[in-house]
Design a protein. Structure first.
Length: 231
């Protein structure tokens, strides 16, 4: 399956990540605390792999160790990075990425839901900074690199809509971190802005149900995180 996906899609083969994904799939994992912990662990591993390829370092000013020895610091590039979790379930991935970054990144939220009949994405919340003159290289307040967080890519409509919004905002590059995706949906999302978007996942499922849920999937991650199953 991975060989049939676009070149800007990356499926991790890390054994620890795959083991945790297997645990997260299980119906016996019902505690929101356990779900949160597994999603955080998966995001940490996946984020480490993605950021190793996306970031670079250059030499910075000298500093001193606690023993008084001088050493050269490093600066991580790009210097402007934002996290954009898609509400609700993307919130479960934020802490893991902030843990990885040497400097905390601003968080901008996007709220999108799928219309029940058509499964088309509908935006209901957007707190990206306005398109006004700023310090960014492109003359906007957009970050050079935006990390889009959503545990599931199902039909791909939500991810594609979010990528289009971030492109319009003015970001130069996008990394999408997702725990699991449906093959067709991942392809659709990857084609939205392929020259500037990289998608990283822990796994891919082949099928969707008629309700747009992954099969076998993970269930509704937002409901599992926030104890709203059966709403």
């Amino acid at each position: 399956m991975p060989s049939q996906l676009p070149p800007n899609v990356h499926i991790s083969s890390h054994p620890c990540l795959l083991g945790k994904l297997s645990q997260l799939r299980s119906h016996s994992v019902t505690s929101a605390r356990d779900v949160q912990a597994l999603i955080k662990d998966i995001t940490l591993i996946l984020g480490t792999e993605a950021l190793a390829k996306a970031l670079t370092v250059t030499g910075g000013p000298t500093d001193q160790t606690p023993l008084g020895y001088e050493y050269q610091t490093v600066s991580v590039h790009p210097g402007t990075i934002s996290l954009v979790p898609i509400l609700r379930s993307g919130l479960g991935m934020v802490d893991a990425v902030q843990t990885l970054l040497p400097v905390p990144a601003p968080i901008h939220h996007l709220g999108l839901f799928r219309e029940p009949t058509t499964l088309a994405p509908v935006e209901y919340y957007n707190n990206l900074p306005n398109h006004v003159s700023g310090s960014g290289a492109n003359g906007t307040n957009a970050s050079t690199l935006t990390i889009l967080l959503d545990p599931i890519i199902a039909t791909g409509g939500t991810a594609a809509a979010a990528i289009a919004t971030l492109k319009e905002w003015g970001t130069e590059r996008i990394i999408v971190l997702s725990v699991l995706g449906a093959a067709a949906g991942v392809k659709a999302a990857a084609q939205e802005w392929p020259e500037r978007t990289e998608i990283w996942l822990a796994g891919v499922d082949d099928e969707l149900t008629d309700r747009g849920m992954l099969k076998p999937g993970l269930g509704d991650v937002g409901d599992r995180l926030f104890l709203t199953i059966g709403k």
